[in-house]
Design a protein around this ligand. Structure first.
Ligand SMILES: CC[C@@H](CC(=O)C(=O)O)C(=O)O
Ligand SMILES: [Zn+2]
Length: 335
């Protein structure tokens, strides 16, 4: 039961177990001015009871989406397990064209699937089958009804926040339709994000950019750039000794909740087990102008470290030389 004695829509048995503890991300009414304090401080907050995606809350059932999402193929990922770790295929070594890059076997397959085929596979899924995850940009290729709903989102509210906090332009709105239990492992994005939950419940575990040394991101040139190397469910504590010290926060978001995920904040997201399919729409904005005011913000230091890695690789050419040079520069001199 929650505080008011109402039956909770989910219970702890639907959450995967991690050897970490998390603070609760605050949940604030959308008119609460404290929301702007959180955004200004680059801190996550759940915005509740807003009209940001009200038309989607009213109409976007799976049946409605199947009927209205449009007949073109939609971008879906197929995985042999519940994890859907993002990879940048432009960073994969392509033997045929002898491009620069890393020998890499993608952990998931990216396919274009018609919405009815996607929904059929979700409905008929049984243990042991591949899992699928629709992750589609809401562009003009969707049906008219969806466009009509989309234009009725509360754009005044989200664009008001964009303007007030001097964010860059909206770059995309992605629609996510996940199977229960699907997981997007811990990663960060270089964009501000309003993560709006339409249907079902998702557990969102977030860590600030200052936790960089506990979360061990892949090298910048790797296809899994921006993703944590740590498997949260089976952490290799020998290889990643600081992971156990990671201090994060979490929110379980349900229909109508909009989680603000600040730029460069790590997030590990999963659809609750046995909770049915989930639907989310996100709003990605470019970050605002980054003036170097001291003390620097933690996410600015992450951006600087990314530039150092890129520059070193540019001049050294061979990724295998970057680590040894950085070690030679640091060990015994800065440590
Ligand atoms: C990419 C999918 C992920 C969302 C996310 O990482 C983001 O919106 O940045 C999720 O909800 O599973
Ligand atoms: Zn993300």
């Amino acid at each position: 039961m929650d505080g008011e004695g109402n039956k909770k829509p989910w219970d702890a048995s639907q959450l995967r177990k991690y050897d970490l503890t998390f603070d609760e991300i605050p949940r604030l009414h959308y008119k609460d001015p404290k929301i702007d304090e959180y955004i200004r401080a680059n801190k996550p907050v759940v915005i509740i009871e807003s009209n940001i995606i009200k038309p989607a809350l009213q109409r976007w059932t799976l049946e409605y989406l199947e009927k209205n999402l449009g007949q073109t193929g939609h971008t879906c990922f197929v995985s042999k397990n519940h994890q859907f770790k993002y990879y940048d295929d432009k960073k994969i070594y392509d033997k045929t064209n002898n491009t620069k890059g890393v020998e890499f076997t993608p952990p998931t397959k990216k396919v274009e699937m018609r919405i009815e085929d996607f929904m059929k596979r979700v409905k008929e899924w049984k243990k042991g089958d591949d899992r699928i995850y629709l992750q589609q940009s809401l562009t003009t290729s969707v049906g008219n009804n969806i466009v009509e709903d989309f234009v009725k989102f509360d754009w005044d509210y989200v664009n008001g926040k964009q303007a007030k906090h001097n964010w860059g332009p909206l770059t995309s709105n992605l629609l996510f339709i996940a199977m229960e239990g699907n997981q997007t492992p811990c990663h960060y994005d270089e964009q501000e994000n309003f993560f709006a939950q339409v249907q079902g419940y998702k557990r969102c575990i977030l860590f600030p950019p200052s936790q960089f040394e506990c979360l061990y991101p892949y090298p910048v040139h790797h296809p899994h750039d921006r993703q944590s190397m740590v498997d949260f469910e089976h952490p290799d504590n020998a290889k990643f000794p600081k992971f156990k010290d990671a201090k994060g926060c979490e929110a379980i978001v349900g229909p109508g909740d909009v989680l603000y995920i600040p730029i460069y904040w790590w997030h590990h997201i999963e659809s609750l087990m046995r909770g049915g399919p989930t639907t989310t729409v996100n709003f990605w904005y470019k970050g605002g102008p980054s003036t170097l005011e001291y003390p620097l913000k933690d996410h600015q230091k992450v951006a600087i470290s990314r530039n150092v890695e890129k520059m070193l690789l540019e001049v050294l050419q061979d990724p295998k030389e970057v680590g040894p040079l950085l070690s030679a520069m640091v060990l015994g001199r800065y440590t």
